[in-house]
Design a protein around this ligand. Structure first.
Ligand SMILES: [Zn+2]
Length: 355
């Protein structure tokens, strides 16, 4: 498995919440040798490790497959397109960016989020961004008829940021859209590959769950279907090191994966968290710890499903998450996968029961 190539293909794939199909094709491509693959009607993808026995505790490795995106809500008479956000966007990160709209024939149409030229702005308009509800996408058409009949664009078509993956070999830093959470999707399969053919004391199921960005919906189904005894959630989580320093920076790029003790939807199982942090120390894997006052992950629904489940989140720092252009360190990713691999190799029934 060429992991860098897999990450490149994953980040370049288009997967608005509810429309993750193109991402799933890559799961089938890269996961076929490792797992028996199943899918549900939401498009959650399940990777059942080929060596599973059916009588050992089940470890779930989860990463969500969707990305922050948009959806066409209306087409105006002048041929511009209204849209709603799918996931957490601020107006600042939407205006003047290039996007792709999937039309009714499945073709991706280039569009620009229209930004009023400075020449037309009143003094009051300068420095103030319109609400996303007041923004439109321009595909270069001049009428509603043209948009509908020539571009084949209609209501509810998904829209994604248009960004192509780049890699800087010198510092091993990647630039792309959608590291949140394609980097986590890659980590699920890379961890499974690391233990391929090995004799484990646990069964392993990977999941690429859908619709995390609109409220962790796929993960609720995944938890019900897999009924994990323990879970590791991989997330592309926002890096803070270009905004904060010292003790206020808890998620820096190039300092290893981040293990959160708390976020808005989960207080991390402190026993499992300590087990993971101790293992990181033992294997000299750089990790960061955080106490998050905001945000949440698929750990939210998974840790309170099926009568409770110990969960940790291995976060790979992503600079400028939930915007078009993001940076992510390949070394941080590698360390996250290494830590998850050591955890999976070490876990057994009595350890899990102790959590
Ligand atoms: Zn995410």
């Amino acid at each position: 498995m060429n992991q860098l190539k897999m990450i490149e293909e994953l980040c370049n794939a288009y997967g608005a919440p509810g429309f993750e199909d193109d991402v799933l094709l890559l799961g089938r491509k890269y996961g076929a040798d490792l797992a028996d693959i199943k899918e549900d009607s939401l498009r959650d993808l399940y990777f059942y490790r080929k060596e599973n026995t059916g009588n050992k505790p089940v470890v779930l490795l989860d990463g969500h497959s969707d990305e922050c995106a948009f959806m066409v809500s209306a087409i105006k008479p002048n041929g511009t397109i209204k849209f709603i956000p799918l996931g957490g966007w601020t107006p600042r990160d939407v205006s003047a960016h290039k996007v792709l709209i999937r039309n009714d024939e499945g073709k991706w149409i280039s569009g620009i989020v229209a930004a009023k030229p400075v020449h037309f702005m009143t003094a009051n308009e300068r420095g103030v961004l319109p609400a996303i509800a007041d923004m439109v996408i321009d595909v270069g058409a001049t009428s509603e008829k043209e948009v509908r009949e020539d571009f084949k664009i209609s209501m509810a078509n998904p829209i994604v940021p248009d960004v192509t993956f780049e890699y800087n070999e010198k510092n091993k830093v990647m630039l792309a859209k959608a590291f949140d959470n394609r980097i986590g999707c890659a980590a699920v399969l890379a961890t499974m590959e690391n233990v391929k053919g090995q004799d484990l004391a646990v069964d392993v199921v990977g999941s690429w769950s859908v619709q995390e960005e609109v409220g962790a919906r796929g993960a609720q189904v995944v938890a019900n279907v897999v009924k994990p005894d323990i879970a590791i959630v991989f997330e592309g989580c926002p890096a803070d090191d270009t905004f904060y320093s010292g003790c206020d920076s808890q998620t820096a790029m190039q300092k290893g994966p981040m293990l959160r003790h708390i976020d808005m939807k989960m207080i991390t199982n402190p026993r499992f968290q300590k087990f993971a942090l101790d293992l990181a120390k033992k294997h000299n894997i750089d990790v960061q710890e955080s106490v998050r006052a905001g945000g949440s992950t698929n750990g939210g629904p998974i840790h309170i499903a099926n009568g409770s489940c110990p969960v940790i989140v291995i976060g790979i720092p992503v600079r400028y998450a939930h915007s078009h252009h993001c940076f992510c360190s390949y070394s941080d990713y590698e360390k996250g996968v290494q830590l998850a691999t050591e955890i999976v190799k070490e876990l057994n029934e009595s350890i899990i029961k102790g959590f």
